[in-house]
Design a protein around this ligand. Structure first.
Ligand SMILES: [Zn+2]
Length: 162
């Protein structure tokens, strides 16, 4: 398991806060940093720490370590925001989507996953006109965001919504 805590202080893989650093390699030896809360707050400025800790302590049991690790890394990497709408996500809204679905051979790699809003996720996979209209009404997306949803749908071999 890659997510642990020592004396109740979470150990956060450096990748979670530095994933954009091109020098970082997943196999690097200095993968972890043991940080006190003050240090975490400094490093993860703008991210909801309670949500992050909740995700770390509540792994998805029927998914593997890679999936769970990347789900948390992406939540931090995306600063707790939906990849499509840019909105800050409440804990109950956090969903993790496979760009290339597992049913089509997609894997659990960091680059194949995105953290998105639960209803955006439903919209990406929606197939009935009724559901699509209901979600569009609720989400009030821009044309650009709908375009991105349609890109995601294409990866899933689904027709564009508009
Ligand atoms: Zn999905």
């Amino acid at each position: 398991m890659e997510l642990r805590s020592v004396h109740d202080l979470p150990i956060i893989p450096i990748a979670y806060v530095q994933h954009k650093n091109p020098m970082w390699k997943r196999s690097s030896i200095n993968k972890y940093t043991i940080a006190g809360r003050a240090e975490i707050h400094k490093n993860l400025k703008g991210i909801n720490i309670d949500n992050l800790l909740y995700l770390m302590r509540n792994l998805i049991s029927d998914r593997n370590i890679e999936y769970n690790d990347n789900r948390i890394a992406l939540y931090a990497g995306q600063m707790g925001k939906c990849a499509i709408t840019g909105r800050k996500l409440e804990l109950s809204e956090i969903h993790c989507h496979h760009k290339k679905p597992r049913s089509l051979g997609g894997d659990d790699s960091y680059s194949n996953l995105k953290i998105i809003h639960i209803e955006v996720h439903k919209l990406i996979h929606a197939t009935t006109k009724e559901t699509i209209e209901k979600l569009l009404e609720r989400l009030k997306l821009t044309d650009y965001q709908i375009g991105r949803i349609n890109q995601m749908r294409k990866f899933c071999k689904l027709n564009p919504i508009i």
